[in-house]
Ligand binder design. Structure first.
Ligand code: ASC
Length: 152
C-alpha cells in the first residue's frame, strides 16, 4: 500500500497540533478548575434568581428567564471535570467519596439535571411565586450533594 507523502505529512502535522490539546484537557488541575468555573458561573446565575425571590432585586421576567436558562445548561456541565484522579492537582473541596461512591454521586447529578428545567418553565410563566418554588427545589438539590460530597 502506498500513501502520498503529502497525506502522511498532513496527518503528522494534525496529530502534533491535536495531541498537546488532548494532554492539556486531561491534566487534573485543568479538570478541577473547569468544574469550579462552571459551578461558579452556576452560582452567579442562581444568585440572580435567589436575590429576586428574596426581594433583594426587583422581579424581572426576562432577567429571570435568562439566568434560569443558563443554570439549566450549566447544570449539565461540571460533571465532565470530576475525572478519576482529579481528587488532587489543584485546591479542591471535592471529598474523596466523589471518586469512590460514583453511582451515588451520579444520582445527585441526575437529580439536579431533572430539577433545573423547572426553573426555566417557572421563569417562563412570569409568576414570581412559581419561580420561588423552583428555586427552593433546585437549592435543595445543590445542598444535598454539597452535604455529602463537598468539604466544609
Ligand atoms: C447557591 C450555591 C449553592 C446553593 C446552596 C445550596 O447559589 O452556590 O451551593 O445555592 O445555597 O445549599
Amino acid at each position: 500500500m502506498r500513501f502520498s507523502s503529502r497525506l502522511v505529512s498532513t496527518t503528522l502535522v494534525a496529530a502534533m497540533i491535536a495531541l498537546p490539546v488532548i494532554a492539556q484537557t486531561l491534566r487534573p488541575d485543568r479538570a478541577i478548575r473547569y468544574r469550579q468555573g462552571v459551578l461558579t458561573a452556576m452560582n452567579w446565575h442562581f444568585g440572580v434568581l435567589g436575590s429576586m425571590v428574596k426581594g433583594d432585586r426587583p422581579y424581572d421576567k426576562d432577567v429571570a428567564l435568562r439566568s434560569a436558562t443558563f443554570v439549566d445548561q450549566l447544570a449539565k456541565m461540571p460533571w465532565d471535570g470530576f475525572l478519576p484522579g482529579t481528587d488532587k492537582g489543584a485546591p479542591t473541596k471535592a471529598r474523596p467519596e466523589v471518586f469512590t461512591n460514583t453511582a451515588d454521586f451520579k444520582s445527585h447529578q441526575d437529580k439536579l439535571i431533572a430539577e433545573t428545567p423547572k426553573l426555566v418553565a417557572a421563569a417562563n410563566t412570569g409568576d414570581p411565586t412559581a419561580l420561588r418554588t423552583a428555586v427552593i427545589d433546585v437549592d435543595k438539590a445543590c445542598k444535598s450533594c454539597h452535604d455529602d460530597y463537598r468539604e466544609k
